[in-house]
Design a protein around this ligand. Structure first.
Ligand SMILES: NC(=O)c1ccc[n+]([C@@H]2O[C@H](COP(=O)([O-])OP(=O)(O)OC[C@H]3O[C@@H](n4cnc5c(N)ncnc54)[C@H](OP(=O)(O)O)[C@@H]3O)[C@@H](O)[C@H]2O)c1
Length: 285
């Protein structure tokens, strides 16, 4: 029997990257997958691919920051499949730039998508899982949920907060048979970096006192690209989080992510900052 037979899993941000790959992996294991994101055509195409391969899927065009859309994700899932066994909170994007120059509305918007909307959707799913006395919530955090970097700390803060919320939820929901797992990807080749770069274009193109700091980042990202993982690396962890009988609280991949987290635990902050600046190219010393 397939590992997720007769289970329904909602995946936010399923129109590309990690969400799209996770949907394919989970559908192959028998899950009925609910694909949610804003780009309807992408969802239709993915739904078609999954159905052609013999899987079950529905697409729900939804903006995670809209309360109405979040309610629709839950009600349409129940209408189609009658239950929710898994929620993969994956939709998100990166806001880059030095704190001084990132408009406060952009900072709020990043928290709105990556954190508040995720919490609000989770609040709607919890009572359903509680009634079922089972369920799994998989939160896609990041190495950035444990390691904050210059020029990226807005996004990193959203993921740090997500780590805290996940730790709280894990204890609160355990008595109801609901497991909460955090996934911490390192650098993964998806649309993520292009989206983040586009969103911060005005800040980076504008000559400022931070321009010298920006300069090193291109080389840093080129180095990271060579070590980058794939969406499949993370989709495998999502599958593990949903199927392991005793899932760990956290999973990280690929190797450079595990190494960074290991060093963060071991090294004094000053030395860690130095190693990080060598890696990212943001030499703030
Ligand atoms: N790639 C990396 O290196 C990396 C590393 C660590 C963590 N992560 C995390 O992994 C998750 C997925 O990112 P990815 O790398 O797969 O990037 P991606 O290819 O850019 O995918 C992001 C997904 O989020 C969706 N999304 C964004 N805003 C949304 C909104 N308001 N409403 C609904 N959906 C929304 C996008 O769909 P639409 O645009 O169609 O709405 C898209 O499907 C994110 O939470 C990201 O922070 C990524």
């Amino acid at each position: 029997m397939k590992k997720l037979e007769r289970q329904t899993v909602i995946i936010t941000g399923a129109s590309s990257g990690i969400g799209e790959a996770s949907a394919k992996w989970l559908a192959r294991e028998g899950a009925a997958v609910v694909l949610a994101a804003r780009r309807r055509e992408r969802l239709d195409e993915l739904k078609h691919q999954i159905q052609t391969a013999g899987g079950q899927a529905i697409g729900i065009a939804a903006d995670i920051t809209s309360a109405e859309d979040r309610s629709r994700i839950v009600s349409e899932t129940l209408e189609a499949f009658g239950r929710i066994d898994g929620l993969v909170n994956n939709a998100g994007y990166g806001q880059r730039g030095p704190i001084e120059l990132v408009p406060i509305e952009n900072i709020r918007a990043n928290f709105e998508t990556n954190l508040f909307s995720l919490i609000a959707l989770t609040q709607q799913v919890i009572p359903i899982m509680r009634k079922q006395q089972s369920g799994r919530i998989v939160n896609i955090s990041s190495v950035a949920g444990r390691v904050a970097r210059p020029l990226s700390s807005v996004y990193d803060a959203t993921k740090h907060a997500l780590e805290a919320i996940s730790d709280g939820l894990r204890g609160e929901l355990a008595p109801f048979g609901i497991k909460v797992v955090v996934i911490e990807p390192g650098f993964i080749l998806t649309e993520f970096l292009d989206t983040a770069t586009e969103r911060a274009r005005d800040i980076f193109e504008h000559q400022s006192v931070y321009s010298a700091l920006f300069e090193g980042t291109a080389a840093g990202y080129a180095r990271l690209r060579k070590m980058a993982g794939t969406s499949d690396d993370i989709a495998k962890l999502v599958l593990t989080a949903l199927t392991a009988s005793n899932p760990r609280a956290r999973y990280a991949a690929p190797r450079h992510a595990k190494l960074a987290l290991f060093m963060k635990r071991l090294l004094p902050q000053g030395l860690f900052d130095y190693v990080l600046s060598r890696q990212t190219g943001v030499n703030s010393k």
